[in-house]
Design a protein around this ligand. Structure first.
Ligand SMILES: *[C@@H]1O[C@H](CO)[C@@H](O)[C@H](O)[C@H]1NC(C)=O
Length: 423
């Protein structure tokens, strides 16, 4: 009985932890600049893609930009050679990735974990956005006859990369060829063709199945897994495994709070319909098996937005409201347009996100150039929130008592009233 109580307690704890576990990380202070030589400009430069894959990734993570430390965000530029430049199948063990195409035409996709190994893919054109959930194997392939360029935000200061082929066939020291022959169902001799070597990487990424068996994901996407895999499991053993996993999860959740969030399954596509769905982190979620590529996709970020407004700037968000597949992934993106000669994205905060911004056109302090300016930014939350200071303070509804603001800002009461009438 006591054992049962403990199990129940653990279970409740685990449930409670799963309710809060998917939040964005807290750095516990404003920031923490990792000490190192600061660098970090030059993402406008096309990189040399003359290499075996025809692609080059230029990262801006904590190694290049120490100020990113503890902020849960980073960025990359990816260049793809014409006619087949490939960012080969890889995973980021610690980050989801939101990617926007600036030039060219990319065929992109990711593969869900076992047992489905479903390939979710899309062809992207300039301005299109796609998200790759944390830990899943994904790739981008240039199907156009021009260079392609993409920028991506990643929900970790240090996302990590595991390039599947390199890890499996290029480990140091090599994995025994018999192991790989069996794992990939290949003739052992094949491993001696060309330069080979390797690793089995059975990425056990969470308690919730979350197993990505590389050979299955890469070669068997969409196909049912070998039935042997699931045979001979005693229900008793399985229950025990689940309990142990829950316990570890409950422990881990308090220990790892400052890490990037874990969605506890491949992804959760947010929906508004409560029927037949689970409720996670404030949203109803679709059955993952019914998820469609379009739920990880958004288009139109290539279009310059109208900036004829009081501030001379327009923010176009791609967060969970626009892209339901972002739910629980701790990442989103915006395009910001600035009018020439003074376009301003006014002082504001994001209560739930750090932001990493790259300028594509123009010169920003506010826009101090005489041309339009354009920036893209990644944000470390699916729903970063925005608090525009002037609007919040002087434009609240109902208004803050003018005496309070007069005192807070050391202003004349009449001035406060004037300001309040502006917002
Ligand atoms: C690109 O890299 C290749 C291989 O390293 C080199 O031969 C080539 O000259 C480089 N091209 C440019 C434009 O730098």
């Amino acid at each position: 009985m006591e054992a049962l109580q403990i199990i129940v307690a653990i279970f409740i704890l685990a449930l409670a932890s799963s309710l809060t576990f998917a939040s964005d990380p807290s750095p516990l202070q404003d920031f923490c600049v990792a000490i190192n030589d600061p660098k970090g400009s030059g993402l406008h430069i096309r990189k040399n893609t003359s290499n075996i894959f025809g692609s080059t990734v230029t990262p801006v993570n904590v190694a290049q930009m120490p100020g990113l430390h503890t902020l849960g965000i980073s960025m990359v530029r990816i260049d793809y050679a014409p006619n087949g430049g490939l960012n080969p199948p890889h995973t980021h063990p610690r980050a989801s990735e939101i990617l926007v195409v600036l030039e060219g035409t990319l065929h992109v996709g990711f593969i869900t974990s076992n047992p489905d190994n479903r390939l979710i893919f899309k062809v992207l054109y300039p301005g299109d956005v796609f998200v790759f959930p944390v830990g899943l194997i994904h790739f981008q392939y240039n199907i156009g006859n021009t260079y392609a360029v993409a920028f991506a935000g990643l929900s970790s200061e240090n996302p990590g990369v595991i390039t599947i082929a390199n890890a499996v066939f290029g480990s140091n020291p090599s994995i025994n060829a018999d192991i790989l022959a069996k794992a990939f169902n290949l003739d052992r001799k094949m491993f001696y063709i060309g330069k080979t070597a390797a690793v089995t990487f059975a990425g056990l990424s969470s308690q919730n199945a979350g197993v990505i068996t590389i050979a299955n994901s890469v070669f068997g996407s969409n196909r049912p897994i070998n039935p042997d895999y699931t045979k001979y499991r005693s229900p008793y053993l399985e229950a025990l495994q689940i309990i142990v996993a829950i316990f570890i999860l409950a422990l881990a959740s308090s220990l790892t709070f400052a890490s990037d969030p874990s969605p506890l399954q491949d992804f959760f596509v947010a929906i508004n319909d409560p029927k037949g769905s689970v409720f996670v982190n404030g949203k109803f979620c679709k059955d993952a098996k019914l998820a469609k590529a379009d739920e990880f996709y958004f288009s139109g970020l290539h279009i310059r937005k109208n900036t004829s407004n009081i501030f001379g700037s327009t923010v176009t968000p791609v967060n969970v409201a626009q892209m339901p597949g972002l739910h629980t992934l701790g990442i989103s993106m915006v395009r910001i347009d600035y009018a020439p000669n003074g376009g301003l994205n006014p002082p504001h905060t994001h209560p739930r996100a750090s932001e990493i911004l790259v300028v594509l056109e123009g010169t920003l302090h506010y826009n101090i150039g005489n041309t339009y300016a354009v920036a893209f930014a990644g944000l470390s939350s699916e729903n970063p929130g925005g608090i525009t200071i002037a609007n919040a303070v002087f434009g609240s509804n109902p208004s803050i008592n003018a005496d309070i603001l007069a005192k807070a800002f050391n202003l004349d009461r009449k001035m406060v009233k004037n300001l309040q009438s502006e917002f």
